[in-house]
Design a protein around this ligand. Structure first.
Ligand code: UDP
Ligand code: MG
Length: 319
């Protein structure tokens, strides 16, 4: 029996690129002689014609499956739905905008055949991105690695191949604030990097505005580290030590000299400083508590409006 490769493609408002992506993916499939392929497109609640286009693709080709979300749930959740629905012996995650060249997947498959469970694409070049995005992404991956307990590869996105072992383990991880690339590192098994040159977005613009990028970065850090909590203790301790120095100074002045510290400036600075430190610490605590709250609500991770191209074997509508 030939092995099955599932290719998971999250799409959000990608009407301008999806036709070309389909063409490139089909060409890629044609080059694979000894593997069956299923293409799983997740429509993450697009408001443009993405869903209609995907529907017509699915009607034409039985290898194509579409998971249509009831609203926009975000990239990481879309990828999760694809992983949940994939039936392949190996699963590839790839962006819809052709920034991750499908041709690189051939090399991933070769590595998988050598016995690797995860082959992740590491970006050697990222043309067409703003200097701001490059700089923030660079520092984010480095900071994340400093804070996280498991090493998470630098400059690595979600473009990767995973074996069935890894996919099954991921499916058993029910956490809500999902940072997929970190979760895959956490799983372990035999992992290897595959350097590749990231292409420019084929058309349209990034679906990751600053707001989503910040959310994504906090998810990454808070899901993989409790060090911010320890840092808030450190911050409190340094503020307290600073205050102690001030107190000792004021007392010494009063006892041993004829002058004393006066005025409300020093007082005000101390109050504001302490207030700031306290708010920061409460905020950090709040972020973690908010996440606990999200977990205990136990809502489904996503809601699927429709499965297309699955015949009678469509998975359950939510997880
Ligand atoms: N995406 C998604 N849901 C979202 C945002 C993005 O499914 O809420 C998809 C998007 O269609 C693309 C991938 O995630 O296939 C990566 O997004 P994008 O290319 O906009 O991010 P960038 O490459 O700019 O970081
Ligand atoms: Mg992109």
């Amino acid at each position: 029996m030939t092995a099955l490769l599932s290719v998971v493609v999250p799409c959000y408002n990608e009407e301008e690129v999806i036709g070309e992506t389909m063409k490139r993916l089909k060409a890629f499939c044609a080059e694979l002689s000894d593997l069956d392929v299923e293409l799983i497109f997740i429509d993450d609640g697009s408001r443009d014609r993405t869903r209609q286009l995907l529907r017509s693709f699915a009607a034409e080709d039985e290898r194509i499956r579409v998971i249509g979300f009831a609203r926009n749930f975000g990239h990481q959740i879309a990828v999760t739905a694809g992983i949940d629905a994939a039936r392949g012996d190996a699963v590839v995650l790839i962006d819809a905008d052709l920034q991750d060249p499908p041709e690189v997947v051939h090399q991933m498959v070769a590595k998988w055949r050598e016995g690797y469970d995860v082959v992740y694409g590491t970006r050697t070049e990222r043309p067409g991105e703003s200097a701001f995005k490059l700089a923030t992404a660079r520092s984010f991956y480095r900071l994340l690695n400093k804070l996280s307990d498991v090493p998470i590869p630098l400059d690595t996105g979600d473009f990767r191949l995973m074996s069935r072992h890894v996919v099954d383990t991921l499916r058993a991880m029910p956490e809500r604030d999902r940072f997929v690339r970190g979760m895959v590192s956490w799983v372990g098994f035999k992992q290897t990097a595959l350097p590749y040159k990231r292409a420019e977005r084929f058309a349209g613009e990034s679906k990751y505005p600053l707001r989503k990028m910040l959310r994504f970065a906090t998810d990454g850090i808070l899901s993989f580290s409790t060090k911010p909590l320890q840092m808030s203790i450190g911050l409190g301790l340094s503020a307290a030590s600073l205050a102690l120095v001030g107190i000792l100074y004021a007392v010494a002045m009063r006892l041993f000299t004829n002058e004393w510290v006066e005025g409300w400036t020093a007082l005000m600075i101390a109050v504001l400083f302490l207030g700031g430190v306290q708010l920061i610490c409460v905020g950090i605590l709040g972020e973690y508590i908010g996440r606990i709250y999200n977990e205990v609500k136990h809502r489904p991770l996503y809601v699927v409006q429709e499965y297309l191209g699955y015949g009678e074997h469509a998975p359950a509508l939510s997880r």
